[in-house]
Design a binder for this molecule. Structure first.
Ligand code: SAM
Length: 250
């Protein structure tokens, strides 16, 4: 029977994990992919440090779209008492469970599920909810943000691709009834990509503008939403505002 580390080396990885025997998991993307993960963790960790303090021993976290568990593992290392990861793809749940077994992290668990089907009745509520790299793969982003709010006790971190926004006014039924645009969505076609490990599961992707995201976060019940500043050496998409990380507070 193969060891857990041998099992890890027989699989393909989105993240490079440093394993206890000194080896690392090899990734199916080139080395550039590490920059996007490292920048996002740096931004997230710095916001947690500034807002939650050092003692997280009483805090819980939920990682929506946990993929192969890298952010959930980092949350355990950052001191959270328990972390649950949920992902639509069972293969990711299997891979991240293998990683938590290798690292012997009892605080960590993973389960399969579509974000649109999650509810506080089943999962409970969490001090911190992460939704990184997911919103722009969804056909119902507003519903997903409502679910994030319902699962969140304190802080939700959303990291997403955004699209350039339209602004202006619309004759809404008649010229006598003019409404301002609050933001806009771009539709991206992932219909041929749904087999991909990072992709949408339905192929219809509604990507918000930043105005849309911030307006919707307030309307689904967050009291405050702040766009986090990327560091000077951030991965290009974050540095040039093609993606944003937003901290939404209950
Ligand atoms: C771009 S990856 C992001 C993974 C990770 N959160 C990160 O930021 O590195 C998108 C992830 O969303 C998952 N996913 C796609 N649609 C989903 C859905 N409707 N519900 C839950 N997870 C979904 C995919 O399986 C994949 O793991």
């Amino acid at each position: 029977m193969s060891t857990l580390i041998e099992q890890a080396h027989s699989r393909e990885w989105f993240y490079s994990y440093d394993l206890p025997d000194g080896s690392s998991t090899s990734t199916y993307h080139d080395a550039e992919i590490h920059a996007i993960h490292n920048t996002r963790w740096q931004m997230l960790q710095s916001y947690l440090d500034r807002n939650l303090g050092a003692d997280r021993s009483g805090l819980t976290a939920l990682d929506l779209a946990s993929h192969q568990g890298w952010f959930a593992v980092n949350m355990v290392r950052a001191g959270f008492a328990s972390v649950l990861g949920v992902d639509a793809r069972q293969s990711h749940v299997d891979d991240s469970t293998l990683i938590s077994d290798i690292f012997q992290m009892d605080q960590l668990s993973f389960q399969q599920g579509d974000i649109h089907d999650q509810s506080p009745d089943q999962l409970g509520q969490f001090d911190v909810v992460l939704m990184l790299g997911l919103l722009y793969h969804l056909e119902n982003p507003v519903g997903a943000l409502r679910i994030c709010r319902s699962l969140c006790k304190d802080l939700c971190i959303i990291e997403t691709q955004i699209v350039p926004g339209m602004t202006g006014f619309v004759d809404y039924g008649s010229y006598q009834y003019v409404r301002p645009l609050k933001g806009s969505f771009g539709i991206i076609d992932e219909m041929d990509d749904t087999h991909g490990p990072e992709a949408s599961v339905t192929g219809i992707c509604m990507v918000p503008s930043l105005d849309a995201l911030l307006w919707i976060l307030e309307k689904v019940g967050f009291s405050k939403a702040t766009v986090l500043e990327p560091p000077a050496d951030a991965y290009e998409q974050l540095r040039y505002h093609k993606r944003v990380m937003v901290a939404a507070h209950v």
